[in-house]
Ligand binder design. Sequence first.
Ligand SMILES: [Zn+2]
Length: 343
Amino acid sequence: MADEVREAFQQGDIRAEPGTMVRGMLGGANMPTGERVEIPCIVAHGAHAGPTLVVTAVTHGNEIVGAGAAIQFSRDLDPRALHGTVVIVPIANPPAAAAGAYVSPFDGINMSGPIYWDAPHGASLSHQLGAVIGQVLERADYYVDLHGNFQPCVPMTMMFLESSRDEATRAATIAMGEAVGVTPVDMSAPPAHPAWLGPMDSFPTPTALSRGIPALMVELHGAPTLMDADRGSRCLFNILRSLGMLDDGEAIRPDATRLPGRYGYYGALETKAAGLMWIRHPVGEPFEAGALLLEITDPFGEVLEEIRAPVAGFCWAYFGSHHGSSHIVFSGGTVALMAQRLD
Ligand SMILES: [Zn+2]
């Protein structure tokens, strides 16, 4: 059956004809010092009709692994074989990325916050950049937000199912989570630590779900490097194929780290003691309730605290202090992110 006549994809100054890939700037904001901050964008406009998948990366500026995944994905993607449109924002927060910082150095705003939709048109640079990206998100039928964790960690994907507008959105997100390749974890209502990560329903991914757009937040490893770019690209190809946007006959490929079974976010594990954090169970490997995960010792090696698994599950990251930059820990610090086995 012949495809319908395809129109060009236009967003700002970017115009892509059917069957082509175009790289350009999506828009941006003026700096007080005269230069301009622009958001890079790659549009693959398929030769064939189909849905629009939007991919963002580096909303957190020190998680550049997502940019690597998005770029590798665009290099390997043939728009002539594509059904629908893929819009990639490889660096959503250029000021934070340039500074190697989690949040924008200009206003301290977390670009994974609620600034893409319903963005107040305030004076902050992050809000202005968020509004530019929001125009693209308005066009999404499906959405993937690429992030990264600091080692030791394993890749996984977050599903904010409780934010789903309806059952269809929820079911489509679960299907994406099954297809993506890495272990999916439902982030809804973590029993142990509901406040940790802040109000997650304001993240762009759950916001998309609340608007009826199936969405995943994919966490790769080696956040400040491009080491995990190939895996991230494979994850995106898995999603394309699961959505029928690329009928090239290639199979969906689960990742080597994928754990069987269903998982939900249990919460963050905390240390009561201050000291050095010793890993006693490998990251990403399942455990039963009661398993010894971490020990905290004093500077002489005396064990001050054993951190054991409260329930069966796995940890996808052992943080230590300062979001993973040190396995010296302070009392009350978050030391691990844990998923609970659901079946
Ligand atoms: Zn992140």
